[in-house]
Design a protein around this ligand. Structure first.
Ligand code: PAF
Length: 281
């Protein structure tokens, strides 16, 4: 499968398709794992052609070290995608192709969705994400785009971006794919030493217990309970736990019967930052 590196080449490849039909985009930063493959497979099952973009976006990294250490495995990624389908195009543009000479984010108003959780701990992160996603939408011109629910806040922000800019693109969220021990699939898991990768199963186990408790206890009780569990853990450090309304992402002062809630956490495991979330009702 040829690796497409420029918009010009992408356009001529798309123009040369016998039947373009419904076109889907699966944006990724590479280091592909089963979570990405699930997105690609869903996109293939619902569309005629699928573009998978592989681009490690510098503007969404608030921490330069994190950007430097982000796993890169383009050859392995291409080999993995090669085996899946002939209806796939891989688009791996350079930084220059995406940003020209000005590697900077646009500023967006996400009506508060970016002010909590990841947004409050990673300054500028969502402006960086939205800038590259908007650029990819322009370059690829998809009818649908697929995002994982592991980055649930990102998914809601992309939906808001599309609504505000009135882009004719359907945004599809896909369930979190987990390792056998429950750890949410992430390219960052590769950087975890084996023992810590096992220990990190505690994150999902705690979220599942939090969900059970949420049935009978208040949000405040569950948040405090989760904090206590992580305080007792010697290898994992909780950065935040938030129970939020799924649409506004604002913290839940008092739960309502009609409300839909999720619990969100960010956790450091040996210096590696992991995020996860669970639907509570
Ligand atoms: O979720 C990701 O991998 C990235 O944030 C995305 C959507 C590809 C934008 O760089």
């Amino acid at each position: 499968m040829p690796l497409i590196k420029t918009c010009k080449e992408l356009k001529s490849r798309l123009d040369a398709l016998d039947w373009r039909g419904q076109l889907a985009l699966v944006p990724t930063m590479g280091a592909l794992h089963r979570g990405h493959i699930a997105l690609v497979e869903k996109a293939l099952s619902e569309n005629d052609n699928v573009v998978v973009s592989i681009f490690v976006n510098p503007t969404q990294f608030n921490n330069k070290e994190d950007l430097k250490k982000y796993p890169k495995s383009l050859i392995a990624d291409v080999a993995l995608l090669d085996d899946i389908s002939k209806r796939l195009l891989i688009f791996a543009p350079s930084i220059k192709e995406v940003y020209g000479s000005d590697i900077a984010s646009n500023s967006y108003d996400f009506e508060g969705l970016d002010k909590v959780m990841e947004g409050s701990f990673r300054a500028g992160h969502f402006n960086g994400v939205a800038t590259v996603v908007e650029a990819l939408f322009k370059m690829v011109g998809p009818n649908r785009a697929y995002f994982g629910e592991k980055d649930f806040q990102q998914l809601q922000i992309i939906k808001k971006l599309v609504a505000k800019k009135q882009l004719p693109i359907e945004i599809i969220g896909c369930p979190i794919v987990r390792e056998a021990n429950g750890l949410a699939m992430s390219s960052r898991n590769e950087r975890l030493p084996k023992a810590l990768r096992m220990e990190a199963s505690f994150i999902y186990k705690t979220l599942q217990d939090a969900k059970d408790k949420f049935g009978t206890k208040s949000a405040r009780f569950v948040v405090d309970w989760v904090k206590r569990q992580f305080e007792k853990h010697t290898h994992l450090e909780l950065e935040y736990i938030q129970i939020a309304d799924v649409d506004s992402l604002s913290p839940v002062p008092r739960k309502k019967k009609s409300g839909k809630y999720r619990a969100f956490v960010a956790v450091y495991a040996g210096g590696i930052r992991l995020i996860d979330n669970i639907a509570l009702n």
